[in-house]
Design a protein around this ligand. Sequence first.
Ligand code: 5CU
Length: 381
Amino acid sequence: MSSRLLIDVHNHVYLPRYASLLRSRSNAPRILSRLAVSGGTEERLLILDHEPSGGRPVGPQYWDRSEKLKFMDLHGIDISIVSSANPWLDFLSASSAVDMAKSLNEDLEEYCQTSPTVSLSLKRLYGFGLLPLVPSVSSNSLVQIVDQISSLPHLKGVIMGTRGIGKGLDDEALNPMWEAIERKGLVIFLHPHYGVGKEEWGEKENGHVLPLALGFPMETTIAVTRLILAGVLDRYPNLRLLLAHSGGALPQLSSRLASCIHHDPVVASRLKHDARYYLGKLWFDAVAYGSEELEFVGKVVSRATRYKSASAPTETDVPQSNKLLFGTDYPFFPPLEAQNEKWRSVLDNLEAINGVESWTQDEKDNVLYQNAIDLFGLNQS
Ligand code: 5CU
């Protein structure tokens, strides 16, 4: 691929079927209707723990494909890899979650398959499917839905929260699912929803700042660390995990993690490699809003092969920008002021990538599109 592109790997949708489900509910997660100050009715979204009881504004940007394409055009985004937004199917019974996953995956395939094209072989929209990750679901159902997703040509992976089927991502009951995802070559987009214990946030009114800025990334940090400690990446070395929000605090804490493991023989004996090695096996979105943070993540990830055990296959260091991928988090973080203007949150992330001092233009292009082409196999579409 020679022409330059912009590919957004972190953006969301509530497909119309899912928005209807949220409208039918009387407790969170839900979409409620209420009288607007300006007259008429307005819809509000209630998804997070401790969301103000009136929720927040929600509108077509959450479900209408033409709004997403307009947003992409406004920001020069050629391709989006779209995922359902949190909290996915977490609140459903096992049988409802299986049925809903199947239907939403078909809906998303249609949403992408009928999208405009970038070139002869490339669509503007691809997607991450949904798995029925709820308590009591059977391994068979999970594997069947992995098979369904891999049979839908415009779905390139799965989006997944951190709870697994109730016990987290270190639950052995998930092994058949990991095996199936690895076998089918799907990318896992790991995304938070629950944050960490709300008692940490004190009594001051800070809106969503603490849960979103700190709680979300810490949730991801803990979930992927538990997955590593459980040996999932040793058992399934070809699993491809993309971490939301640049992997949270994992890059910053990885040497501390390695040291703690080293001093705990029971955990150490479970793992084939130093903890830092596993960072090189992960992908990170570039939704970090700062050049220095991106540069730091790139450096930490690239040194991973230094920490492989002697028995590991020969590998070379990962170039510094090869595991980071541009994302927007659309439709979250919309501008507070004028509509029809570019979004500050998107510009911040673009400026962060373009401002990394030690990266060449080729390295920035890796993050802006080339890594996404490689990870999702878009040149083979
Ligand atoms: O602003 C938020 O609540 C969110 C959310 O719930 N999920 C997400 O992906 N980004 C922001």
